[in-house]
Every structure is written in C-alpha cells, then in structure tokens.
Design a protein. Structure first.
Length: 223
C-alpha cells in the first residue's frame, strides 16, 4: 500500500451503528404512534418498518408517505407528521459502532489526519456526530446536503480531500457500502477498506477494496 497520511471515514454503519439506531427509533415511534397495538403486533410492525427502510437507502419522502398509507393506524399520521417526528427524534437514538472512538483515538495518536464524509441532511448528520461525541476527532466533515453533491459522485470525494489537505494517494477510505464508499472512493484514486455490514459485495464492480474487515478494531493491524 502507498504511504498514507490521512484516513477518511463514512458515518452510517461505519462509525455509527445505524442498525441499532434505526431499530431503537422505530421501536419508540411504534410505541408513541401505535400504542394501541399488542406487544407482538408492535414488534411485527417494527420489523416491517426496518425492511421498508432498506438500510436507509430509500428516498425519505417516499418512505414516510408509504408508512402513512400502510401502518395499522388508530389515529393516522400524515407523511409530513412522520417526517417531523423523525427529524426531531431520530438522532437521539444514535449509537456508536463498536470500537469507533477507540480506533479514532488510536489513528489520531498515530499521526493520521482524519476526515468524515457522509451522505445525508446536514442537521440530522450533525446531530448524530455530536450525540456520539465524534466531532473533535476530525479535521474536516463533509455532508452531502451542505456540499450539494452525494457519494458516489467523484466531486464529493475531491471536495473532502481538498478540505482534508491530502491527495487521494495519501488517503485511505473506510466505509461499509460497496458502491457509495468502496467503488466511489476507489474511482477517486483512494485505497479502501470495506467494513462488512448489511450490503453484499457486488461482483460487477470494477473496483475492489484493498482490505476487508468485520470490526473497526481490525484497523489497528492495518494502519
């Protein structure tokens, strides 16, 4: 591997455990909005919401509109009301991925410049970052809504590198999504580490991760 001076991380399901976060949020939402359901019925609805969410890769407006139509309401909520509940409450359920703070501290002590690159709404992503206490680790944080571009558009990786003050060759990207993180960063010239989570590898991709890990603390033996 080329000598590295910087590490660029994804947020959702890389540094933040989105699986835990969304399940916790969905459980609270069903309790608050569908309190008439039995415990067993409520759990089935939570599981259905998780499936419909598609690991966060659904268009949010379409997702909330669908929930408004299909959930077993006693007092129906509109898509806008569900969206308002989500915006107010979701970030508060955030949980860090195992070893996240440990590996960020380790990386900083090793002298790496650290950056964060995430797709999402600025207010929501900022809320997650601050709840988890991660902001102080990073030289730069790039959020797609603020940047006006999203992964895997090559321009957003270029922007993150410029703000980080490192070249693609000097930077290692760590993320969970085969396309948005590994393929996109690879096409931008970075070596990559794939954190295996919910997304199977797409064999049609013409970029491969340099390394694959199952837990963040495995980075210690790599960097």
């Amino acid at each position: 591997m080329r000598m590295k001076e910087a590490l660029l991380f994804d947020l959702d399901n890389t540094l933040m455990d989105r699986d835990h976060t969304f399940r916790s949020f969905s459980t609270q939402f069903v309790k608050d909005a569908l309190g008439h359901l039995s415990e067993e019925e409520a759990q089935r609805v939570v599981e259905d919401i998780i499936v419909r969410d598609a690991d966060g890769y659904r268009d949010k407006n379409g997702f909330f509109a669908e929930l408004s139509e299909v959930l077993p309401w006693q007092t129906p909520l509109s898509a806008a009301e569900i969206r308002a509940y989500y915006d107010k409450n979701y970030a508060g359920h955030g949980a860090a991925m195992r070893h996240a703070a440990e590996i960020l501290q380790y990386s900083r002590e090793k002298g790496y410049m650290l950056g964060l690159l995430t797709n999402g709404y600025k207010e929501l992503q900022d809320g997650k970052i601050d709840l988890l206490g991660l902001r102080g680790y990073f030289k730069t944080i790039v959020i797609s809504e603020e940047a006006g571009i999203r992964k895997p558009d090559p321009a957003i990786y270029k922007l993150a590198l410029e703000r980080l003050g490192a070249s693609a060759e000097q930077t290692l990207f760590i993320g969970d999504h085969p396309v948005n993180d590994i393929w996109g960063a690879g096409k931008a010239g970075m070596d990559t580490i794939w954190l295996k989570r919910n997304h199977p590898w797409d064999e049609s991709l013409d970029v491969q991760p340099w390394r694959t890990i199952n837990e963040l603390d495995e980075l210690k033996d790599i960097i």
